[in-house]
Design a protein. Sequence first.
Length: 406
Amino acid sequence: MFNISEERINKARANNYFCEKVTDELPIKLLQELKSLSKETVIKVPIRHKGITSGQPLRCYWNANVISQTFGGMPVYGWLISHSIKDGIRTAGVSKGKDFFDGKGGDVWAVIGHGCWLTPEGKLVDVTAPNTGEDSDKKFRYFLPSNKLLKLNGRDQEVLKSFEFATSEIGVKKLLEDNTGRVLKGIVCGSLQHRGDHTNLMKAMKVDTTEDALFQDSIDFSQYVNKIIAPYGFPQFVWSENRLSFEKVFPKDNIRKVLSPHFGLASELSSVTSKGISRNGSLNQFLKEASNLNKNLFELHHDVDWEFIFLQSDGINDGRKISEGMEESSVCGISTTNGKTIYEIPPKSEVIESHSLPRNKKRKRKIIKIAQKSQLTAEEILTLNNEFLFPHPYLCRKNSDEPIAI
C-alpha cells in the first residue's frame, strides 16, 4: 500500500527512526507509564517548516498519510508528549500563560494522538506545522511511535485516543472537570443542532468550559496521580436540570454505576483508537443503553469524542471533506523542487498499482463501469476507496472533486 520496503522500516525502528532518543527530559514515571501504549522509545522528531511537506496544524494524520502517498515512505502514528501545564501555568494553546490550578501549582503532560512521516530513506520527520500557542520556530516534538494503522477514509475513521498525566491530586481533579466540560459542550451543541439553532451552535463550538462531574466528591484522586488517564464525568449541571426525567430512565440502584466519573487508565484499555466521526446518537439513547447493560457510560463508550458525539456528521466541518470538494487540502505548501502544489502531483505509481481489481465478477464489473463514467482508472478508484488512505487531492481534483464510493 505504501512505497517503502519492510527492510527499510525495520532498520528505521531498530535505530529509533534516526532520531534522538529521549532520556532525562521527561519524568521517569511518565516514561514508564507510556510503555502501556507502545513498547517503542520516545524520540525527538524534527519539524518541517517549509515546502510542500509542511502541512497545516491539527491535521497531522492526513498530512502524514497524503505526503506518504505522494513521495513514498509511510505514515507512522503514535503520540506526541507535551508539557501542557508547567508549575500550574498552561504552556500552549489559546489559554497559554493562564493559571490552571488556581495558584496551587503542579504539572500535567498531554499525550496526544499524532502522525509523522517516515521518509523513503527511513528517517522520521514531523510534517505538521506548530499549532496556536506553540513556538512558531519549534524545532522538534517528543513522539512515541506505535505500529498502529488507522482508518482515515469512509465512515469508520479512526484516531488515536489522547490521554493526560498529572503529577498531583489537584491536577487529576482539574483534568476531570476540564473533560466533563467537554461532555457538557457536546450535549449543548447536539441540542442546538437538533433545534436548528446554527448561530448559537457555531458560538458554542468555539467556547471551552469546565464543569463539576456528578459523584466526583466520592473519588479518591490520589490513585490516578502519575498515571496516564482519560478522565470523563457526567455534568452535574445537566443532571440537576433534568433529574426527574433521568430518574425515569434509571433504576435507582444503578444511577451511580452508570454516571460516576471514569478515568480510562491507558494500562487497562483494550483499544487505544477512537472513532473520528460522530455517532449520530442522542443522549437518551446512550443513557438507556448504559443503564440496560448496567455499565458505566464512559467506560462503555471510551472510543468516542464527547465534544462531537451528538452532532450529525453533516454538521461537522472537520477537514475530512476534501473528497466531497468542500475543503482545501491540509497539505497546502508549494514544492521547493518544482513549484507544484499537492493537486499537481499524483500519488506514487506503486501506491496505485498496489490496488488490483477484485476476483468477484459482479464487483469487478461494477468498478470498471464506474471507471468508464469517471475520469479515473479502476486502480485509482480503488485507491480513493482504500480505508487506510486519506483521499489524495490529485485524484479528487482529477475527478472534478466528485466523490466515488464503491
